[in-house]
Design a protein around this ligand. Sequence first.
Ligand SMILES: [Zn+2]
Length: 375
Amino acid sequence: MYKAYKFRLYPNENQKLLINKTFGCYRFIYNYFLDYCKNNGFIKAFDMCNELKEMYSKYPWLKEVDSCSLRCAIFNLEDAYKNFFQKRSNYPSFKNKYSRQSYRTNCIRSSYKGCEYSNIGLDLKNRKIKLPKVGLIDIRGYRNKNEINGKIINATVVKETTGKYYVSVIVEEKELIKDKITPNKIVGIDLGIKDLVITSNGEKYSNPKEINKHEKRLKRLQRKLSRQIKGSKNYQKTKEKLGRIYSKIKNSRKHNIINVVNNLIKENDIIVSENLKVLNMDNKHNITKLIRDASFNKICEVLKWKCKINGKYYYQVDTYYPSSKTCSVCGEKTDITKDLNIRNWECKNCGTSHDRDINASINIMFEGFKLHYGN
Ligand SMILES: [Zn+2]
């Protein structure tokens, strides 16, 4: 199982210089071979790597940076072509120096006289990472961890448009999976319109409040950006501000989701949710729907993985199950909930008054119960 660890990087001035140079060389190699392939037809990464060896004499400044990262640029380009050939993405485009900058480098291991050597090293105790050519750099993140058990596969260094540096390290880890427990608590969860998650126990988890505030600022800045001259200094400043707000929203969503999932798993043994496809809202291009879908996908993904390692159970109810249309007490169907503004309704058959979302999550819970016990 591969896991990504993302750290904030604090390079000193010399390291910054070298990292920025590496971004430049990485981009140069990528664009050089993209241009070559555009004019002469696609050639394999193996042949590009051979060509790269020849290029060092013509462009001696390439020697200053991590050579492994330059080969990564070539493999990156080959992947972009593969995606294009298999119709997964558009034709590769040239990298420019105005957007987010990045380079990847692979971890190479060797042993010499019984000593293990590796070009990338993580030292969480002293909060340092070793990167080829750049050397030891200060890092921040994962305060509660002292070490990472596993083999480092590669590292990607990024400079965001905000000017901050990050490194994302991919580690191959063996997950500690607990034995399956005997369940005695089950919960159904529904994705709300107003709230993030509503449980069949009647609990509601909302989105962090600060997101609203950030989103208002985001809209204002986007309007501002559209009025500014592209490439100007002020345009760049606004773009940096936008980038900072985007990452704030992303982070607070992520942390909130992990909190919600941790709570659900602590309290329950079987967790049941809908399959996202069931939520056929009217407007596919509605931005709030897109964000909600992304959150929901993320919740499902985290639930699936956390249930697995904690020995708990996670089920997804099939797409056609009408959870919001059915009375969870008597099973009577209603059309009244078609109107998304209806928050509370009363069952015509048994007279129970329902909270729209809690009723739906109870139905989802019952469906999961059937799935688990098979009847
Ligand atoms: Zn009823």
